[in-house]
Write a protein that binds this ligand. Structure first.
Ligand code: AMP
Ligand code: ZN
Length: 195
């Protein structure tokens, strides 16, 4: 079956099909065990397969499907998603650096903002694609998304080919020039950047 969404599986979709699995975030938004914070506009949830020590997602309550469908009228919503994310991490994880942004191509339904600590240290961080989805231009800072939307009237995204290139990039540490041979090498190396 041809997959409509990105090839960055989360290591848990073993069926090879994008069915109810891709609706998981919508289910999580209604699960009190997953929800960290909510208001009338957005919901913040735990990422079920965290790719760092702290990894959360913020989604609009309104059904905005993805970055491609985001319109200038959503700018306020995008700003609010960032605000909720920043407030949460400042309150709960003071002093921890977070990356706040979007995957250029999403694998799950509904627009979702990644809020992820920049250690990228997690047992669920298993593959090169996982790594590159956060450590290359496949990960787009929220501020850049808003700027692109404000300047162009829609979000300018990398092409499918560019996305593939980003995900296939040779492994490299996101904090220094170290080029590991493989993921186990990299996972060991990133610990040297932790306090
Ligand atoms: P993306 O590649 O931007 O679509 O990222 C989807 C994110 O959702 C990944 O970080 C997954 O670990 C996470 N995820 C997948 N299924 C669930 C779920 N059921 N509940 C919460 N997070 C999930
Ligand atoms: Zn390094």
């Amino acid at each position: 079956m041809k997959r409509k969404f990105s090839e960055v599986d989360n290591g848990e979709n073993t069926s090879g099909e994008k069915g109810t699995w891709a609706l998981g975030l919508l289910k999580a938004m209604n699960n009190p065990n997953s929800v960290l914070k909510t208001d009338n506009k957005v919901t913040m949830i735990k990422d079920l397969y965290p790719k760092a020590r702290h990894h959360f997602l913020v989604l609009p309550n309104k059904d905005i499907s993805d970055l491609k469908t985001v319109q200038p009228e959503h700018l306020g919503m995008l700003r609010h998603m960032d605000k909720i994310a920043k407030e949460y991490v400042q309150e709960n994880y003071p002093g921890v650096n977070f990356m706040i942004g979007y995957h250029a191509e999403a694998s799950m339904h509904r627009l979702h903002l990644h809020v992820i600590s920049d250690d990228l240290d997690s047992t669920a961080m298993k593959t090169k694609k996982h790594w590159n989805s956060f450590a290359t231009k496949f990960f787009i800072n929220s501020k850049d998304i808003r700027q692109s939307l404000a300047n162009n009237g829609s979000v300018q995204l990398p092409t499918k080919e560019q996305c593939k290139q980003y995900l296939d990039t040779a492994l490299k540490c996101h904090k220094c020039d170290f080029k590991p041979k493989h993921m186990p090498d990299l996972k060991k190396h990133i610990l040297t950047h932790l306090k």
